[in-house]
Every structure is written in C-alpha cells, then in structure tokens.
Design a protein around this ligand. Structure first.
Ligand SMILES: Cc1ncc(COP(=O)(O)O)c(C=O)c1O
Length: 389
C-alpha cells in the first residue's frame, strides 16, 4: 500500500511533509517504514521532550488504557490531581492552579479568557513575530502576519507591538489592557531571546497597568530552555503560563497555569472541556513531569546548549540564538536546502519563519554523541559547494 498517496487522497492538505513514513521511535531516533534511521533534532515537532516512546510514559499510558480510558472532569481523578500538582511544583508557585485542555492553541485561548475575566477588560496586547496557535483567539494574537492572512472573523481586541520594545508595550498596556501575551523566546521567528531586562520590565508594567502577563511556554516550558520554564530562567513570575507540546510526550494535551491571584477569581463553570484532563492524558502528563523533575532534564538542556555553542563554530554558521535546546542556527544561506541535505544524511531539523535560520528542538534526553553526529553531518553539508548557497 502506498500510504503517502492514500493520505493525500483522503486528507485535506496541512503541513508540507517529510518524505518518509515513521514506523517506530526510540529515544532521539525514528525508524522509517523502509528501515532508514533518522536522528530527530526536531523532536517530532517539539513534542518528544523525553525522546520517542519514553518507557515511563508508555507504561503509564498502557496501564491507564487497560483500566479507564476516559471520564471527564465531571468526576475526580487521582491522576489529574497528581499531574496538576507536578505542574504546579515544577513551574508554578504555592497556590497556583491548573486547567487542563487539549492543545497549545486551546491553552492560549483559555489564558486570554482568564485574563479578560480576571480584569474585566478586553484588550490583549501581543508581540510581532509570535505564534500562538490556529484557533480564532490564538491566531488573532499571533504576530506573524502570514498566518492571519485571508482568515476572516478573528478577534479584534488585540494590539500588536514589536517584541523587545518596552516603551511600545507600556503604551499599549496603558490603553486599558486585560493582558499581555508573548512567547518569552520566540520560536517560529528563529529562537529569538528577549533583550536584557525586557521580561522583568514587562512584569512591572503589567502590574502597574493591572494587566495579566501571559507567558506562552508551549515551546519554552518543561525544561527545554535550561530551566523548568522560561519564567524561571528569566526570574519573572507571570500571572498565567500555557503549556502543550511535550507535556504529554505525544498524548494530546495542554495546560493553563494560573497564579494564585488569577486562580482566586475563577468560579466553577467558568472553564470546561470534555477531553481536557482525561485519565489517559493525565497519566501521560504525570509520567512526563515525573521524569523531567526527577532527572532535572533542564540541566542536560543547558549543558548541551554549551556544547553546541562551543563546537558549532565552523564556516556556514554565522550565529546561534535561543536558549537550552530551543536553538536557532543562523546560516549564511537558505536553511531549507540545508534541512534537505541533513535529511538525506539521516538527521531531522526544523526551519523557521526566517529563511536563514535552522531550528533545533531535540528531546531533552539527547546525549553528547548525538550532538556530535549532528555536528559532523552539518559541517559536511555546509562545505563549499555541498549545498546551493
Ligand atoms: C509557542 C506556541 N504556542 C502555541 C502553539 C499552538 O499549539 P498547538 O499546535 O498544540 O495548538 C504552538 C505550536 O506550534 C507554539 O509553538
């Protein structure tokens, strides 16, 4: 059976696809249907936080699937309590509370809704260059214009300001904003870190304006940036944080983490989701967070960032931006052709919305040897004449 043809026949087009059919995943490696092995520095779309099929998560999901596949939040669940406690302990503060949903976009929708409900105001300020998801509210906040183009009916209560510009942020907040949403490190824009003092300044400006500071930690959270979250990494306490991607190691889920102050304003009935916080997702979340915390995986992310910065010093790379294992390699040529060359040599990496930036989002569990494989393959691919400049 030609599965590629079959899929193109029956599914609406979505992302441009890798040209292989993944059959099996283990750690940082994917084996395709034809037996070809790929080293996954894109982490299955930034989802394989612990690598592919992490044994602790697989065991937890298997055990849960055999006992109770689903019951909604109409009923209590020990696993839900365990998953929420683990998220509060890893990324929140005492008194923070969690709402579970099903994706990053949904987490951001609910975060903005909470900000509006908590403040009684409507306006959300967002940043140029951000990506927050494809549902109407999350897309309205997304600052990369091409994703919004041609989409009618998006929310209008959103103002965009340049990322990193504190004056513009303050001016927008003074218009009476409910919240300010941003990716603390902008991933789709090539793993761009905020200028020094920006996030701290934003936190003060939000406090002064009575607005909720929302960190979209869908990519930066859960250890990826060399700390439990970007909030930890920059020493800032946002009012709301959102998580998804690696939260369930591949079982679809998302989460909103509200500060004690925001949480105190939420009433029963304000939030709801049929599937959010279901037992299968919570088994995956509890097991994933257990691994991240007990193994302090952010430390591996920080030390491999250092290794990459120290050793990826060869011609073709003109800069490295980002933090931990959310890195943008700035090339002297288009990244797309280099991504293709790496794929042909068995290494998967991401591109970004900036033509010359390759993005690395590998599992936090990768090792020095695997970084060495990427280095060698990349170095060869960037030799003069190896890839069209
Ligand atoms: C920073 C960020 N926020 C939100 C989203 C949306 O997440 P989802 O695709 O799970 O809706 C993404 C997805 O790539 C993202 O990178």
């Amino acid at each position: 059976m030609d599965w590629k043809k079959e899929e193109d026949t029956y599914l609406l087009p979505g992302y441009a696809k890798f040209p292989f059919v993944p059959a099996k995943g283990e750690g940082a490696w994917i084996t395709a249907e034809d037996g070809t092995k790929y080293l996954d520095f894109y982490g299955g779309h930034a989802v394989a936080l612990l690598g592919h099929c992490p044994p602790a998560v697989v065991a937890a999901v298997q055990a849960q699937a055999e006992t109770l596949l689903f019951y909604s939040t109409l009923a209590y669940s020990p696993l839900r309590a365990q998953a929420a406690k683990a998220l509060v302990e890893l990324c929140g503060e005492p008194g923070s509370k969690v709402f579970f949903c099903n994706s990053g976009a949904e987490a951001n929708e609910n975060a903005m809704r909470l900000a509006r409900a908590a403040t009684g105001k409507k306006l959300i300020v967002a940043t140029d260059g951000s990506f927050h998801g494809r549902t109407a509210g999350a897309l309205a906040a997304t600052g990369i214009a091409k994703y919004r183009q041609g989409v009618a009916g998006l929310g209008t209560d959103v103002a965009h300001v340049p990322f990193g510009d504190l004056h513009a942020a303050k001016a927008a907040l003074e218009m009476g904003a409910a919240g300010f949403i941003l990716e603390p490190i902008q991933s789709m824009s090539g793993a761009v870190c905020p200028p020094a003092g920006y996030l701290q300044g934003l936190a003060s400006a939000c406090e002064a304006a009575g607005a909720a500071l929302i960190f979209d930690e869908v990519q930066t959270g859960l250890g990826r940036v060399g700390a439990p979250s970007a909030a930890h990494s920059y020493g800032v306490t946002p009012s709301i944080q959102t998580f998804a991607k690696g939260l369930g190691s591949g079982v679809p889920c998302g989460a909103v983490l509200a500060s004690p102050e925001v949480a105190s304003k939420v009433k029963s009935g304000d939030l709801g989701s049929t599937f959010g916080g279901g037992p299968l997702a919570c088994a995956a979340i509890a097991a994933t967070l257990g691994e991240v915390s007990s193994r302090k995986l952010w430390e591996n992310a920080a030390s491999l960032e250092k290794l990459i910065r120290d050793t990826f010093t060869f011609p073709g790379i003109v800069g490295i931006q980002g933090k931990g294992l959310l890195l943008g390699l700035m090339l002297d040529r288009p990244a797309k052709a280099v991504q293709q060359a790496l794929l042909e040599k068995g290494v998967l990496v991401g591109t970004s919305d900036v033509p010359n930036v390759l993005r690395l989002l590998p599992p936090l569990t990768i090792n020095r040897e695997e970084v060495g494989i990427l280095k060698n393959v990349l170095e060869q691919s960037l030799l003069p004449g190896a890839v069209l400049a």
